[in-house]
Structure formats: structure tokens, C-alpha cells
Design a protein around this ligand. Structure first.
Ligand code: ZN
Length: 564
């Protein structure tokens, strides 16, 4: 009657392929690296190995170029021999938008490794887009110098009496400087003199000023030294409810003013097949879900239910608590609205259930309960946590790159100082051993979220000879996945999540009034429509036509219909 054609609807891949797409020989997929924090070259070497080991399942592309000219690596994982990535429902994983939060890179690479090995079967029906290091420039600074940076620090405006970070003592690191000063805001902690704690009215000296390691531009020799540069937080640079500074610190000049964010947003808008998104971060351990402004009452109830259900699965698989973003960053007891946040962009502008995992910091590694960290009111409590972290580090053999002992140095401007302190990546991330364990839980979450993808199917295709060379063609077009093709209730009206379109391309003359159908969105599992066409066959050929279904997040399908 009818047979399934081996072809699928294909269109040219966008983005530049930097990996080999041909060749059937496959090699061993190297295990994900969990030995030390990765430099850009380490990440590049690993993703290149993945693409070389499984060219049939993994292509290395570039999402775009960073400000400093590095490729933002994009791994495209799917079974290329049976279909194009854009024709399958797709899941996107992004990591390391914040410079020092490099744990996410390890987990994203672990996800890629698992998908190319144990979970390979998924690539028959799904595509995974993995961006393991969204901020290669910032991460390189954090990994190689240990310096503190949010996403990017712009130092194009150099002003007088401002200090700009620099490796002053030539040890390769950019840490902190401490120096006795009568007006200094810090004292050495009486219990652990490595730790600098806030000076209080009752504190006895010596008092210290603590500054980033660096040089002061056009210094007048006075006491007031500003910290130079403008800090950007790329997780505040997204289009939904974006607000400029000072209303939203770190927001940038306008939505997507940062080229790396622009590249990812463009990618997300163009890939109408993406149905799920996950981001990796490293704040106090938590499973974050929308909203990042307002409250649950602003969202359709059915969406809140799915968000909460999936987040709870993530909590079970990782041991982290579930927290709506608005409840995560708090000042003592007050919720904070995060404007221009990725969560709200993903939910309100893409219509997707977006999650972010906060993978924990050195505090979590040291065994502290960090679930209330943002709500800590007393400075003493925060200081006691850091004391605990240093003790844990000493006991654990100091393998985790957390702290550099203070060392005397003759600063060309300030005179005698001590240089040392915490390394940003060590403080902001858990140990490699713990990350390796956490990766299993976060990966299990991805599989659970991805399992619910919408899925376009062409079923019950019949071609019946009704006489006079005329054939009646019938078929059912359905969504047999769990999510509707608009994914969330929010997504139903958005342009990005494309409604289902069916095109019948007749091999002969189409006698039906309508060849193409706009089916609108289809609900999950039972969302099907039966369609019918009449065709006058061309000569003696067996072909009656071709059925093309464009299902957006549910994927695309093609079937050739032939006279039986
Ligand atoms: Zn973060």
C-alpha cells in the first residue's frame, strides 16, 4: 500500500562545521575529564576527540566567536546517518556563562560522553546541542589566573585612582593584596590569620586594606583607591524584562549586547526543534526553575505543575533542593527579581521549561548546608563558614585549588604588601570527585526531561484505487510524544514554537481542493488528525506523492506514498 521512504526532510545545517562529518570508522569515546579545571585548550582537545571518535553521532561546530576571538564550541549530537539534527526534537545544554563556574563544563562534557556511549540509542530520535563553555574568555581568565570575574570585566575606560587587576608579582595568578592601613576595613581572623574578616568597632589592630592584585592608574597617592572596570553578568543580558544599570547590576548596554549571548539567542530562536533547555551554574547547590521575577501565580498553573514535577525529579536525582529563581538570590528575607535572566527568557520568549542546576561551591564540598546561604544575615556566620572551608581544605590535603598563602611583596606603588588569598575557581566550584558523582544525577534529570519530548508521527497511510486512475490517499498525522507541540501553555501563542504543517506533494494531478494543511498545535500522546487527498496518477509510475510534516519541536517527517 504505502511504504516509508528512507529519506527525511533535510535542509542545510547552519553554523560552520569544524569536525568531520564523513567516515564511518568509529573510535573509543574518551571518558569525560574530571582531573582538574579545564583551560580552553583542554576543552577544545576533548570536544575534538569526541567528534573524531564518533563522526557518525557527533559534530563539532562553532556557535560564534567570543570577544577575544575564541570559538564558542557547540557539539551537535544525533545519529547523522538516519536524519538531520534539525528534523528531530532537540535538547540544549549550556554551561559556564559565569566565568569561574567551570564545574558546568565538566558536567556538560559528561553529558556528551554518556550520550555517545550508554545512552546512544536516544540519538536515533533526538538531537542534543551542547555548549560546554559559553564564556571561553572569562573562564580562561578564571582558570589560569584564579582571578575574580563575573562574566566579563570591561576595562576600556581607564580612570585615575582606579586599580586594574594584573599579575604584579609574576606568579601567573591574580589574587588579592593585603596591607596594614589605619583606615583598613579588615583584620586577620584571630582563629585563622589566613582569613580576612570585617573590622568591627571592637576589633583591635592591625587593620588591613584588601585589594585585588593589580596596579593603580594615575594614582595621586591618596587613601581612596577605586576598583576599575565595569562588570557584566551575562545572565542579566537576556531580552525578557531586561533593565539597565543601576536597576539591574551587570545587565550590559541592551539585551544581547554581549556577542556570546547574541549568538546563543539567535541559535535558540532559529532552532524551532528545541523543546528543552538546561543551564549549569555553581551557586549553593539547588535545582532552579522559573520564574526569576514575580511569582508562580503569574504562570499558567499547568506549567507550574510540570516545572515543579521535573524540578523535584532533579532534586531526587541530585540531592539538591528545588528553588524558584526568585527565592534563590535573596537579601536576608527579601526576594530578588532578576531582570534579563535566562530562565525568564527561556520560558516567556521561547515557551520552554528551562532549568538551571546550581552545582554547589567549596562550601558544599566542605559539608556546609548552603541552602540558606543567600539568606544569611549575620556577617559572623558567613565568616565562620569560610573558617570551616579552610579547615576542611587543610584536612583534605589541599588538593582542591582553593587558597594561596599570603606572601610578602614590594609593590611598585603601595610598597610592602602581601599577595595571596582565595582562587576564584576553587571557591566557586566543588571538588572534581564530587562533581563526578553529581554528574550522574544531573544527567538522569536530562534524560527524564528529554523523555517527554513531543514527537511527530505519520501513521495508517493508505492508498486506495477508486477507479479511473484516481487514488485516495489517507494518513494520520499525530503527536505521540508527551509534551504538546507547543511544549508549555506559555508556548502556545509564541511564533518560535511552530504549529504543525502538512504538505502533500502529488506525483500526479491533485484533485482535492487542498493539498497542504495547517493543523495548529497538537496535544501530546493522543493529538492526531486524519487527513485525505485524491490524486490522479501520472502514467504508470507507482508514486502517488510525498507527505511532508513540519512539526516544530515535535520534529519533521517525510513519507513517500505509492500505489499498492
Ligand atoms: Zn552562575
Amino acid at each position: 500500500m504505502a511504504k516509508r521512504a528512507s529519506r527525511t526532510a533535510t535542509r542545510p545545517e547552519t553554523g560552520s562545521a569544524t569536525g568531520s562529518a564523513t567516515g564511518s570508522a568509529t573510535g573509543t569515546v574518551p571518558a569525560a575529564p574530571f582531573a582538574h579545571f579545564l583551560t580552553y585548550d583542554d576543552v577544545t582537545a576533548y570536544v575534538e576527540k569526541l567528534a573524531a571518535a564518533r563522526p557518525d553521532l557527533c559534530h563539532l561546530q562553532s556557535l560564534g566567536t567570543s570577544r577575544d576571538g575564541r570559538d564558542v564550541h557547540l557539539l551537535v549530537l544525533t545519529d547523522f546517518s538516519t536524519g538531520a539534527p534539525e528534523d528531530r526534537p532537540a535538547y540544549l545544554v549550556q554551561a559556564n556563562i559565569h566565568a569561574s563556574e567551570v564545574a558546568g563544563t565538566h558536567l556538560a562534557l559528561y553529558d556528551a560522553h554518556r550520550l555517545l556511549t550508554a545512552d546512544r540509542a536516544l540519538l536515533q530520535r533526538l538531537t542534543f546541542y551542547i555548549v560546554p563553555r559559553l564564556n571561553p574568555d572569562g573562564a580562561e581568565f578564571a582558570v589560569t589566573t584564579g582571578g575574580a570575574i563575573r562574566s566579563r570585566t570591561d576595562e576600556s575606560e581607564i580612570v585615575a585612582n582606579a586599580l586594574y587587576p594584573e599579575d604584579v608579582n609574576g606568579d601567573g595568578l591574580i589574587l588579592s593584596m593585603r596591607q596594614p592601613h589605619p583606615d583598613g576595613a579588615f583584620v586577620r581572623d584571630p582563629d585563622d590569620p589566613r582569613l580576612m574578616v570585617r573590622r568591627r568597632a571592637y576589633s583591635t589592630g592591625p587593620f588591613y586594606r584588601v585589594l585585588p592584585e593589580g596596579l593603580i592608574h594615575a594614582w595621586d597617592g591618596g587613601d581612596h583607591i577605586r576598583i576599575g572596570g565595569r562588570s557584566f553578568d551575562w545572565n542579566r543580558n537576556w531580552s525578557y524584562d531586561w533593565r539597565p544599570e543601576p536597576e539591574q547590576p551587570g545587565a550590559g548596554d541592551f539585551p544581547f549586547s554581549e556577542p556570546e549571548m547574541h549568538a546563543l539567542s539567535k541559535f535558540l530562536h532559529r532552532r524551532t526543534n528545541i523543546f528543552g533547555v538546561l543551564g549549569y551554574h555553581t551557586g549553593p547547590a539547588a535545582v532552579l526553575r522559573p520564574p526569576s521575577t514575580g511569582g508562580d501565580a503569574d504562570l499558567p498553573e499547568s506549567d507550574v505543575r510540570v516545572l515543579e514535577e521535573l524540578a523535584r525529579f532533579g532534586a531526587d536525582s541530585t540531592g539538591f533542593p528545588v528553588v524558584p529563581v526568585v527565592k534563590y538570590h535573596r537579601t536576608w528575607q527579601r526576594d530578588i527579581e532578576l531582570r534579563g535572566h535566562f530562565h525568564n527568557f527561556g520560558y516567556h520568549h521561547l515557551g520552554l521549561y528551562v532549568f538551571e542546576f546550581e552545582l554547589g561551591t567549596a562550601r558544599d564540598a566542605a559539608g556546609l548546608d548552603t541552602s540558606t546561604q543567600f539568606g544569611i544575615f549575620a556577617e559572623e556566620e558567613a565568616e565562620s563558614q569560610m573558617r570551616h572551608v579552610l579547615k576542611w581544605w587543610d584536612k583534605s590535603g589541599r588538593k582542591h585549588p582553593l587558597f594561596k598563602p599570603w606572601k610578602r611583596f614590594e609593590h611598585p606603588q603601595l610598597g610592602p604588601v602581601e599577595i595571596g588569598g582565595f582562587l576564584s575557581c576553587g571557591l566557586a566550584n566543588q571538588t572534581q570527585a564530587r562533581l563526578k558523582k553529581i554528574a550522574r544525577g544531573t544527567h538522569a534529570f536530562i534524560l527524564e526531561h528529554a523523555r517527554r519530548h513531543p514527537r511527530i508521527a505519520i501513521e495508517d497511510v493508505e492508498a486506495q484505487d477508486v477507479g479511473g486512475g484516481i487514488w485516495r490517499v489517507r494518513a494520520r498525522v499525530a503527536n505521540r510524544g508527551e509534551f504538546p507541540t507547543h511544549v508549555s501553555a506559555k508556548g502556545a501563542g509564541l511564533r518560535r514554537l511552530r504549529p504543525v504543517r502538512v504538505e502533500f506533494h502529488p506525483a500526479g494531478e491533485l484533485l482535492s481542493q487542498q493539498g497542504h494543511y495547517e493543523l495548529g498545535h497538537l496535544p501530546g500522546v493522543t493529538g492526531g488528525r486524519r487527513l485525505e487527498w485524491f490524486v490522479k496518477r501520472d502514467g504508470k509510475g507507482k508514486a502517488l506523492g510525498e507527505l511532508h510534516v513540519f512539526g516544530g519541536a515535535g520534529g519533521n517527517a517525510v513519507m513517500e506514498v505509492v500505489a499498492g
